[in-house]
Design a protein around this ligand. Structure first.
Ligand code: PRP
Length: 177
């Protein structure tokens, strides 16, 4: 994967915007008045989180957590650790985890387990994209955006080797030749 790779648009920025609006409406309906903590999973969720939260016009708190699961390339090592933890107390609070993608489910499964042990009042997951064909562990996605095929996707926060996060569209990264 290098000079021979090619990008093709899978979801345009307009399609992403419509999806984020739909998710925001669902979340607003369920969390209005609950003062939830939205936890973005770094780094990939940063763009989605910013656009989503702009559409949530009610009191909430913003947190980030960083986990390590992938190396520099495409494959998951399957070993996950918390690299940057939470600043807030989540016990007794309504927690909504914000992910850019659920792929094998290993990262999110680990995180939901980790957060569940902290005894929140509720714990749900919102994922902009879902790649169910790659699932290794079952994960319930309470607010699901776009279903993606078993292709490597980049853009709108998603990277390959730290590249392409800045793209406004979600693109398939294909190997030519
Ligand atoms: C991505 C994504 C999820 C995870 C999903 O993060 O943000 O956290 O992979 O994959 P899984 O379902 O197979 O566990 P990544 O480790 O690539 O880090 P990044 O967000 O910093 O790019």
């Amino acid at each position: 994967m290098g000079s021979q790779s090619k990008l093709s648009i899978l979801f345009t920025s307009e399609e992403i915007e419509a999806t984020v609006s739909k998710l925001a409406a669902e979340i607003r309906q369920d969390y209005l008045g609950k003062h939830p903590i939205l936890i973005g999973v770094l780094k990939g969720s940063f763009m989605f989180m910013a656009d989503l939260i702009r559409l949530l016009d009610f009191p909430l708190e913003v947190e980030f957590i960083r986990l390590s699961s992938y190396g520099g390339g495409r494959k998951s090592s399957g070993k996950i650790k918390v690299v940057q933890g939470l600043q807030s107390e989540v016990r007794g609070r309504h927690i909504l985890v914000i992910e850019d993608i659920v792929d094998t489910g290993l990262t999110t499964g680990f995180l939901l387990d980790y957060l569940g042990k902290k005894k929140p009042a509720s714990l749900r997951l919102c994922a902009l994209t879902d790649k169910p064909s790659r699932r290794k562990t079952p994960v319930t996605i309470d607010y699901r955006g776009l279903t993606v095929p078993d292709k490597f996707i980049v853009g709108y926060g998603l990277d390959w080797d730290e590249k392409f996060r800045y793209l406004p569209d979600i693109c398939v990264l294909e190997n030519e030749g």
